[in-house]
Design a binder for this molecule. Structure first.
Ligand code: SF4
Length: 165
């Protein structure tokens, strides 16, 4: 039985991108490691490790946590943002855990991809939305089988495409 406590940021990202991808990932079925996007992701991770403060606490693993005037700022870097919504929800998940789990008072998020920057707020509305998403993710990954494959444009660049197409 998979519980909400086991949810990590990557799973939230996959859930927003594709429910089938989220299910496969949660069931330890990992994508093709030779896939170009995966290889690039690994290179980015190595660069991050050298230059950024990698914060790891339980299921939190974002790129940077800094203390600004009056609030904490979580920064997440992405090599590309094909699905900005997924990146924003991944960041919101971190804010949710910091605010609800660790009880930090003021937390904000910044998502950076090249010159593109999105700010994400831990507003009450956003936190409630994340609460609902986490309930849905728990339900999804506890399903005995993955949701059926349905082709969408993102499938062409998905590292899981060999499982689906
Ligand atoms: S190939 Fe398409 S359906 Fe399969 S996991 Fe990737 S995005 Fe989802």
């Amino acid at each position: 039985m998979f519980s909400k406590d086991q949810i990590a940021g990557t799973l939230v990202n996959y859930y927003i991108t594709c429910k089938r991808e989220a299910w496969l990932y949660a069931h330890h079925i990992y994508p093709d490691q030779e896939d170009e996007n995966m290889a690039l992701g690994r290179v980015m991770a190595e660069i991050k490790e050298q230059n950024l403060q990698d914060f790891a606490f339980a299921n939190l693993k974002f790129d940077k946590l800094s203390k600004e005037r009056g609030h904490y700022l979580v920064t997440e870097y992405k090599k590309s943002l094909k699905n900005p919504e997924a990146g924003k929800m991944q960041l919101l998940f971190y804010l949710y855990v910091l605010k609800i789990g660790l009880k930090l008072k003021e937390v904000k998020g910044k998502l950076v991809s090249g010159k593109t920057v999105f700010l994400v707020d831990a507003s009450e509305e956003n936190l409630n939305m994340m609460k609902e998403i986490l309930i849905d993710i728990e339900k999804l990954v506890n399903m005995p089988t993955a949701p059926k494959f349905e082709y969408k444009k993102i499938c062409d660049n998905c590292a899981y495409r060999n499982y689906c197409m």
